[in-house]
Structure formats: structure tokens, C-alpha cells
Design a protein around this ligand. Structure first.
Ligand code: KIV
Length: 265
């Protein structure tokens, strides 16, 4: 099985080949998803909601993230492992560096953090010291209390322009990848074309370079509210590995996401 590196993702963008990302929090799901050919495993702080039963990602700590990153590393069959810096683990560049180092030593090959231009210094510091960074824009779940709920972002002109400016600032600071969550598809398309680094989308339409879903959502294991952008792949008697395979194929062919999974401005 070939190994996904940061260069693979950059080549995908250049060659206009889509790539698939799914969250994983333990060795078993990591093994199944990476064996199915999923290029990137995201150890997301969404584990606070789907594993711990919290109503947001805010209670997740760096210790939780390191523990789950180590588990994902054990099962991984060649995917690139990206891990979230949790809430308040990167409020200064120095704190970000210390916590990103812990994630990398636990098995991450890239760290993800939420926010725009205020993180320029942090992203530059991590990048210069050899830590690949994914910058998460749009609906950034750690800001849920500031947003007043989980709402689509970038629907008006001013916030859309700000998001594109943030994306360019993150790229200039050294970010290797962007992740866009819950933004109108037209904005996601414009933003993806405005940067030369790969853009991963969730609820951001079909024009981003890659797609990500929370594994529990795409395996139909979500007992609560099912977001509009989710598709259940655990159908037609598939095994979990087959569900990951079909998801990967549909992302690569462009069949997922379909118009019903998108948001309009
Ligand atoms: O934590 C997570 O799972 C995420 C995805 C929703 C992109 O950040």
C-alpha cells in the first residue's frame, strides 16, 4: 500500500485529483479506513462529541488528543495522520509549538488549528520548525460559543472576503493545507482557486480538492442530528471497510458531495 505524504496531497491538487479524508480515533478504525485507501486520517477533536458524549469540542484536552493519536498510529496502513490541536492549546505561538510537538511525537504528521489571520505567527513558527499545518476556516467548532451555535459561515460579502484573505494569509505564513467547514459552495470554489495549497471541505460543496467526514456520521452511527452534508455509506449490507472504500471512490469520482449536501449563500 502506498504511503500518503504531504507531497501526495500537493500533487493531487496540481493534477486535479480529489482525495478522501475521514476522522479516526482508534487503531481499528484507523486500520479499516487506511486499508480502504483513504488518504488522510484526521484525529479530530470531534472525539469530544462522538466518543465522550460532550455537546462541543471545548472540553477536549491535549492529553486526550495524544492518547487517540497514538492509537490511530498503531492501526495506520499508510495514510497521513493529521491531529487537532484542541481548544486553548495554541493561544500563544510558544504554547502551540509545545503542544504540536506532543502530537507529532504521538504519531501525527500534521497538526490542525482553527482560526485565521491571528494565527499567522503561530503557523510560521510551527512550519519553520518542521511541523506541517492545516488551517481550519469557516465553521470552526471551537468557536461555537462565540458563533452562538453551529452555523454556516461566509454567507455575506464581508465574511466571505475575510475568509479568502485569511486563507491567503495562512498560505503565506506556511500552512500546507486548508480545511473549510460549512461554507457556501461558491465561496469554497473561489477560495480553493485562490490558493495553491490543497483545500479539504466538509459541507463546502464539490469544488474543494479533498473531502472529509466524521467516520461515525458516514457509517450511520450518529444517533442525534444528522447534518445536511453527511451521507451514510453503511448501506446495502456493506462491511465497514467497504463503506470506507465506496466513500473514497465517490470522493475521487466527484459523486460525493452531491447538490443535496451543499449550502448556498
Ligand atoms: O474534529 C473534527 O472532526 C473536524 C472535522 C469536522 C473536520 O475538525
Amino acid at each position: 500500500m502506498s504511503k500518503t505524504t504531504i507531497n501526495t496531497l500537493h500533487q493531487c491538487k496540481q493534477n486535479k485529483q480529489k482525495f478522501a479524508v475521514v476522522t479516526a480515533y482508534d487503531a481499528t478504525f484507523s486500520h479499516l479506513a487506511s486499508s480502504a485507501g483513504i488518504e488522510v486520517l484526521l484525529v479530530g477533536d470531534s472525539l469530544g462529541m462522538v466518543l465522550q458524549g460532550e455537546d462541543s469540542t471545548v472540553p477536549v484536552t491535549i492529553e486526550h488528543m495524544c492518547y487517540h493519536t497514538q492509537a490511530v498510529k498503531q492501526g495506520n496502513q499508510g495514510a497521513l495522520i493529521m491531529a487537532d490541536l484542541p481548544f486553548m492549546a495554541y493561544s500563544t505561538p510558544e504554547q502551540a509549538l509545545d503542544n504540536a510537538a506532543l502530537l507529532m511525537q504521538s504519531g501525527a504528521q500534521m497538526v490542525k488549528l482553527e482560526g485565521g489571520a491571528w494565527l499567522v505567527e503561530t503557523v510560521a513558527m510551527l512550519s519553520e520548525r518542521g511541523i506541517p499545518v492545516c488551517s481550519h476556516l469557516g465553521l470552526t467548532p471551537q468557536y461555537v460559543h462565540k458563533f452562538g451555535g453551529y452555523k454556516v459561515q461566509g454567507r455575506d460579502d464581508a465574511t466571505a472576503k475575510q475568509m479568502i484573505a485569511d486563507a491567503k494569509a495562512m498560505e503565506a505564513a506556511g500552512a500546507d493545507v486548508l480545511l473549510l467547514e460549512c461554507v457556501p459552495s461558491d465561496l469554497a470554489k473561489e477560495l480553493t482557486q485562490s490558493v495553491s495549497i490543497p483545500v479539504i471541505g466538509i459541507g463546502a460543496g464539490s469544488d474543494t480538492d479533498g473531502q472529509v467526514l466524521v467516520c461515525y456520521d458516514m457509517l450511520g452511527m450518529n444517533p442525534g442530528h444528522i447534518p445536511k452534508f453527511v451521507k451514510n455509506y453503511m448501506v446495502e449490507g456493506r462491511t465497514i471497510q467497504q463503506a470506507f472504500e465506496v466513500y473514497g471512490e465517490e470522493v475521487k469520482s466527484g459523486a460525493f458531495p452531491a447538490p443535496e449536501h451543499e449550502f448556498k449563500a
